[in-house]
Structures are given as structure tokens and as C-alpha cells.
Design a protein around this ligand. Sequence first.
Ligand code: HEM
Length: 169
Amino acid sequence: MPARVPIEMSTQTSRQRPDPWPATRLAEIDEDAVRLLVHTFYGRIRDDDMLGPVFRQALEGRWDIHLEKMVAFWSSIVLGAKRYRGNVTQAHQPFGHLSGEHFSRWLALFFDTLDGLFEPQAAFAFAEPAIRIAESLQLNLFGWEYALPPAQRALLDSVKQARHARPHE
Ligand code: HEM
């Protein structure tokens, strides 16, 4: 069995878990599963004390478009759907005033949502690209000298370990 997606960073988020999570975690990823992830995750983002105001301000009146775009994005990454057309780095240029803590929070919520919805192997398919893209966005926003906060470093390391623990790799 592969290692569980690490959720050490998510301990403070457990009280906000949507109730109820699905009775059984999903083992297979299809478009419906991607949609469930995106809607659950951004529901939590919207209600989050740290990230809610950032997203609500940026996306007022445009949430539906954003959610559809994010379903296309994750479907392209995880299902090879090739539907996403956009520039992720450019879309985050306005957020240079944020900090690594914002990204840590984003990742904590994302990983906790993955853990609530998916079996480890399916969760991993989202977790690895998420942490890598988050790292690249931060380097672009904060400069190449920027060092990832320790919590994210640990997350990156555990994702690497989980990859090595996968039986077929
Ligand atoms: C603190 C962390 C983050 C914040 C505050 C943030 C915020 C946002 C906001 C407000 C938008 C909408 C931009 C607009 O349409 O005007 C957006 C778009 C997007 N975000 Fe993030 N984001 C964060 C992290 C991430 C991460 C880690 C990923 C990927 C794993 C990601 C992937 C995307 C994608 C794919 C889009 C759509 C870009 C496009 O318009 O084509 N974001 N983000």
C-alpha cells in the first residue's frame, strides 16, 4: 500500500471538514470526482479566515467561471483531458503581496480535502502536482532565493517518500 498523503499541516482544519464526507473514500478518479474535489475545496477556501478574503475579493461574481476552470485544470492534470487553456503563473501575478503562509494554508486545506475524499493512491495523483506547482508559483512570486516554509518542505519530502513507496514505481 502506498503511504497516505501526509496531512500533518492540516490538524487545525479538521473542525471545518464538510459534514458528512462520503461514506467511503473514492479510489478511482473520473470527472465527477474532480468536480467533487474542486467544489469541496473551494467551498472550504471561501470560508477560510486567511484565504477566504483573498479569493472572495478576486473572484466576486466570477466563482462559477473559476470553478469550471479549476475542474478543467485538474482534469487535464489527472485525467489527461487537455481541456485547460491558461497561464497559471500569470494568473497569480497579482498575489505577490501574499506570503508563504498563504500557500501553506492552501496546501493544508487541499491535502485535508484529498484525505477526506480519496483513497491514498488517488489522493497522490493530485497531491504531487499541487505541491510542485505551489513551489513554482512561490518561487515566481517571491524570488528564486525564497526558501519554502518548513511545513511545506516536510510536505514535499513526504510526497517524494510516498512516490518511492508506490508498488509499481
Ligand atoms: C495562496 C495560494 C493561492 C491563491 C491565493 C490563489 C488564488 C487564485 C485566484 C484568486 C485565482 C483566480 C484568478 C482570476 O481569475 O482572476 C486563481 C486561479 C488559479 N489558480 Fe490559484 N491560488 C493559489 C494557489 C494555487 C495553487 C497551489 C495552484 C495549483 C496547484 C493554483 C492553481 C490555479 C489555477 C490553475 C488557476 C486558473 C488560472 C487561469 O486563469 O487560467 N492556485 N488562483
